[in-house]
Design a protein around this ligand. Structure first.
Ligand SMILES: [Fe+2]
Ligand SMILES: [Fe+2]
Length: 190
């Protein structure tokens, strides 16, 4: 289902596995941002009819945020500052202006973030069972939901303009492939 043109860099998994507490804090912020970004999509005219559907995604992301916060509390890890993600910033920088173009680009960026989360959570659920079985189960439990968000955002963009979505998806998949190859030593999901 995922269309990515570049694999997750080989140094990502070891970096994450050796910095799990910091990655969990980053993950909490990622879910928080997923919730607020979903709500921000509701400003686009083309998405007014889908406000309930998008609210449902925002609620699910807020529930994920709560789940990560519970994990942090149980593990005695304080909720701290987020790291800025050069990958997400790089994607968002290419969102064009103009109601319809902006809505399509924003939806595609959200879809790629959800898609990469889905892919990385799957990798973590397979890599963690020996090291941290609780986290392995937790990441496994999020895969389907993030995959559904990916699909929902792509379908929303296609419903606005199918041909334009294809064109921009082609652009953004190349951009994702370029950005994901750039080294990032910070222990974070994206
Ligand atoms: Fe989520
Ligand atoms: Fe999500």
């Amino acid at each position: 289902m995922l269309l990515f043109r570049e694999k997750i860099p080989a140094d990502w998994l070891p970096k994450v596995l050796s910095n799990l507490p910091a990655v969990l804090v980053d993950h909490a912020h990622l879910e928080r941002k997923a919730a607020t970004t979903a709500l921000n999509l509701e400003k686009y005219r083309d998405l007014y009819p889908r406000v309930r559907e998008i609210n449902a995604i925002a609620i699910e992301e807020l529930q994920h945020f709560e789940l990560v916060l519970e994990l942090l509390t149980r593990r005695g890890i304080p909720f701290g500052q987020p790291f800025p993600s050069p990958w997400i910033t790089g994607l968002m920088r290419s969102v064009r202006n103009g109601q319809r173009h902006q809505a399509i680009d924003h939806l595609i960026c959200c879809a790629l973030i959800e898609g990469r989360s889905c892919e990385k959570f799957q990798v973590l659920s397979r890599a963690l069972p020996d090291l941290d079985p609780e986290l392995a189960t937790f990441y496994g439990s999020l895969v389907e939901s993030e995959g559904n968000h990916y699909a929902a955002y792509i379908l929303m963009a296609r419903a606005i303009d199918d041909a334009e979505t294809d064109k921009r998806l082609d652009f953004y998949l190349d951009l994702d492939a370029k950005l994901i190859r750039e080294p990032n030593p910070v222990p974070m999901l994206h």
